[in-house]
Design a protein around this ligand. Structure first.
Ligand code: 4NP
Length: 155
């Protein structure tokens, strides 16, 4: 199962979603058949580690995302991944604009896929540590729900 988490910069939300989803699924699926990655629709931060505030909130909750490196979403990702999860509606629209009709079915608004409503994961980039904490908790719940759904879909 190949899963891609996508946000705008690939330094705040999608690195957390990548680390959280890995933590929820790695005990359930053998590592040879699980690949989880993240990317940004924008490439301004390509090559950078996640935002220090995302690294901090993750570490406080037992997840190390510090070795991740930001990269820009490329068209090949749409073939390579089985599930492409957009953190917000704007990311979703940007991914769709790169996609061919055969890709449409694998592109999802993440919270909607998780059964949490057609809502965005808010961008904490201009926020404070509390905003990163809120995003972490929201993503943790969403990853829990989405992981359960992905596992059912596999059987
Ligand atoms: P992210 O947050 O999409 O959750 O990684 C952002 C990071 C950087 C920028 C915007 C959003 N930026 O404009 O550089």
């Amino acid at each position: 199962m190949n899963i891609l988490m996508v946000c705008l910069g690939n330094i705040c939300r999608s690195p957390l979603a990548e680390g959280l989803m890995r933590s929820k699924l790695e005990a359930q699926i053998d590592s040879a058949s699980l690949y989880i990655d993240s990317a940004g629709t924008g490439g301004w931060h390509a090559g950078e580690a996640p935002d220090r505030r995302s690294i901090a909130v993750a570490i406080q909750n037992g997840i190390d995302i510090s070795s991740q490196k930001a990269r820009k979403l490329v068209k090949e990702d749409l073939d390579k991944f089985d599930y492409i999860f957009a953190m917000d509606q704007s990311n979703f629209n940007d991914i769709l604009s790169m996609a061919e009709p055969e890709h449409f079915g694998k592109i999802h608004l993440f919270l909607e896929y998780a059964g949490m409503g057609k809502k965005d994961v808010p961008d904490p980039w201009y926020g404070n540590a509390g905003d990163f904490e809120s995003v972490f908790l929201l993503l943790s719940e969403a990853c829990e729900q989405a992981a359960a759904k992905l596992l059912i879909g596999r059987k």
